[in-house]
Write a protein that binds this ligand. Sequence first.
Ligand SMILES: [Mn+2]
Length: 338
Amino acid sequence: MMQFDEVRQLLSQRKKIVLTNHNNPDGDAMGSALGLCHFLRKLDHEVEVVVPTNYHESLHWLPGNEEVIVAETQLQKAIDLVKDADIVFSLDYNGLDRISFVGKTIEACNAVKIMIDHHLEPENFADYALHDTKSSSTVELVYDFIGMMGGKEMIDVDIATCIYTGLISDTGRFKHALFTRKPFDIAADLYERGIDPTEISRQIFDSFQEKELRFNCYCISQKMTMLMEHHTAYITIDQADMDQFGIDYKTFESGALLAQGMSIRGIKMLVLFIERGGPVKISFRSRGDVNVRDFANRHFDGGGHKNASGGRSDVNVAETVEKFLSVLPELHSSLQEV
Ligand SMILES: [Mn+2]
């Protein structure tokens, strides 16, 4: 493991740097990558942002977005950049399987690997890691990293906008993952630097296409089962549901749907099952002490955060739901607490 002084030393000369984040990058992943990109370019580094897959268009307005390289559409370019890099950053993920085909290239490349992340149980591939599960978001740690580099005064409105995007994305507009006062302090600092919080929120949260909102409403009204004795609800959707509304799974942003389900009074856990041939993809959301990370890990080959996790299942969706219902009583006591 490197010390931070060595990282600072390394960054004191112009380097080729590639910033990567996870599959289907969200606001925190894109905010981290683009915020850090703007900062490192100000330090005169040669910086590229390489993301494994495409992402939702509500993030396409972010400053610097037009230069992002999406590996699934420009695979050779992405691989060449990683192979040629002096430093590769892993942002908002801590396992190389979270980044599909680019992961193997990162594993094998000669670059110094730096991880900045807040997910549980980091893998051991990085030479230097800024990792804290008590951080609301990865952008919070990117902000720290910039501070550790002595660059806080270099945070301009573009960097600040990217960081704020990650903050409001991962905290759901300051609703959860608030373990310390830091997210508020950072937000106040970013405000001083000239961001437009109203406009950023509008771009991120009020940017549904009509078909997306209609699809979410359909899922809630037609595809959701309530299990009130467990304070739980679950939603099952398949390819035909998505086709009916013209929804592209690759850029489908399930966060808003999950948040809508979790906004029902009395619900402490929501589970989304998506079947589209291949393994069923499962997303969990919960409140308080209902630990869906451990639950996903025990039964559905998954993980993530205590109140937001994911998993998968190799049997069909009906059998997956059956299995879910059979193991759900394990969470009974935490689901009963008020
Ligand atoms: Mn995150």
